[in-house]
Design a protein around this ligand. Sequence first.
Ligand SMILES: C[S@@+](CC[C@H](N)C(=O)[O-])C[C@H]1O[C@@H](n2cnc3c(N)ncnc32)[C@H](O)[C@@H]1O
Length: 237
Amino acid sequence: MEQNLIVEKNKENVASMFDDIAPSYDFLNHFLSLNIDKGWRKKAVKILSSYTPKSILDVATGTGDLAIAMLKLNPEKITGIDISKEMLEVGKKKITEIGKQQIIDLQQADAENIPFAENTFNAVTVAFGVRNFEHLDKGIKEIYRVLAVNGVFLILEFSRPKNNFLGWLFKFYFGQILPLIGRLFSKNKVAYKYLFQTVQQFPSGDEMKNKLSSLGFKNVSAKTLSMGIATIYTASK
Ligand SMILES: C[S@@+](CC[C@H](N)C(=O)[O-])C[C@H]1O[C@@H](n2cnc3c(N)ncnc32)[C@H](O)[C@@H]1O
């Protein structure tokens, strides 16, 4: 059953929540996931490697972890966009530290109004971002627009495990433990409760695949990770 989110999901609230948690985001992400998130991003990069994309758009790039991981693909250019200025600031610092500012360019922009021409990118990626879009369909349609014909769209997102016991464990960890630790370590007291709620209410598995197909994508497929805690969806234009 749908419950009201603890924070209303509009762009201003989402941007300001991520602005708040930006300084602790990377630490908490890796700590709370026991570094499993790094392996998931690696898997995403491996899947993309068969497409050898030259120009990549990473939507909701946040602090740039997926953008940085995609350097492995040796693309000419990676553009990362996000609505949170503070998340981007953390990302820019990391990119400067590794001297890759010529390849990775981070810009403040909205997934629902992407400031690029149609058919621009060979690959578009979103890691743990689509769940936060105010209007999911609008964001996905924009991604479709800027993706080149035959280009690949990859989403890495939490999903809900089908196994009952794992589903219970997942709910307990996400619903009870994670918000508690999040409250202790990050400036925003409700962000990690919001995370749990959005995961509970977001299209997962076949529902997400059907959405991508209905919005025009071809070759839609889903690969579950860590027994269904996360899923990588791929599709082409
Ligand atoms: C959980 S973080 C994920 C960041 C990064 N992709 C990662 O893998 O760690 C979600 C990000 O989505 C961004 N976001 C939410 N709605 C957005 C939108 N409409 N356009 C662009 N970015 C958005 C937030 O600002 C936040 O940085």
